[in-house]
Design a protein around this ligand. Structure first.
Ligand code: PTJ
Length: 249
């Protein structure tokens, strides 16, 4: 991506430095909120303890998430300021492969930031970006945080929400939607209320969901199997066990 700095790939913390740089550049471009910097720092601490890798239970979750997106009537991938800064092209690709809509949906909502993110996604190949109409509401939340597109998240049966605030994740779940949540903290409320909690860095999770979707496309039996064999509680327990046993090298 054009904003990427020249970091030596041999640097032991290459991926982490690149991630930080993308979030910083996202703030400079008006895409990411300043709170997004703090959220990233919190995520990094968990990722460090996870060994900065996709653990097996997260891979199972990513396969189940791909299956849910493929078998949905109306899947939507929700995009916030952190997700847009970190994996813009990868989100566009995932939406294409699964037939999902992309909707910009912000916790700290401003029209300027919605516009800037939609434009950034278009620069990365998106043709139709939702989130600008905001004619639907999530019940039980204050006005600004409740805004969604009625024909986007409002009408979705399956929603992928990366790095979501717990309140909103809970409210979306109460609307009867199947929620796929990416969050490095297995004890966050978003992860706990998700149908499919994905305890992994969004940088690794999105391309891996896309890879699974390519594999599962056109095979409803394999999709059903990926959904039925996934157990959210054991995935959360496994991630927490891995983090607690993690090395602080
Ligand atoms: O762009 P906006 O306005 O929608 O705001 C987005 C943030 C992320 C700032 C907002 O939703 C927020 O404040 O979220 P929280 O409550 O800080 O929760 C973010 C969660 O994401 C935390 O549990 C972090 O551990 C986790 N997280 C942070 N970075 C990553 C991550 N999970 C996966 N991959 C990451 N790179």
């Amino acid at each position: 991506m054009s904003e990427d700095v020249d970091l030596p790939e041999s640097h032991p913390r290459y991926e982490s430095l690149l991630t930080r740089h993308r979030i910083e550049a996202g703030v400079d471009r008006g895409i990411t909120s300043r709170q997004g910097l703090i959220a990233q720092g919190r995520g990094e601490a968990f990722d460090y303890l996870l060994g900065e890798r996709t653990i097996d239970s997260a891979d199972d979750a990513e396969r189940a998430a791909a299956a849910h997106l493929l078998s949905a009537e109306h899947p939507v991938v929700s995009v916030n300021g952190n997700a847009a800064a970190l994996v813009p092209g990868e989100l566009v690709e995932l939406a294409e492969v699964t037939g999902a809509d992309l909707e910009v949906n912000l916790f700290n909502r401003t029209e300027e930031r919605i516009e800037a993110i939609a434009e950034y996604l278009r620069e990365h190949g998106a043709t139709d970006v939702k989130g600008l109409t905001a004619d639907g509401r999530i019940p039980g939340l204050d006005h600004e945080r409740a805004k969604v597109d009625a024909d986007g998240i409002g009408a979705a049966d399956v929603v992928l929400v990366p790095l979501e605030d717990g309140d909103r994740a809970e409210a979306l779940g109460e609307m009867g939607k199947t929620e796929l949540v990416i969050d490095l903290n297995p004890q966050s409320r978003s992860a706990e209320v998700a149908t499919v909690p994905i305890i992994d860095n969004i940088i690794r999770a999105i391309p891996n969901i896309t890879a699974h979707a390519r594999d599962l496309r056109g095979d409803p039996d394999a999709q059903r199997d990926a959904i039925d064999t996934f157990d959210a509680d054991s995935a959360l327990t496994d991630a927490e066990r891995t983090i607690r046993a993690g090395d602080l090298e």
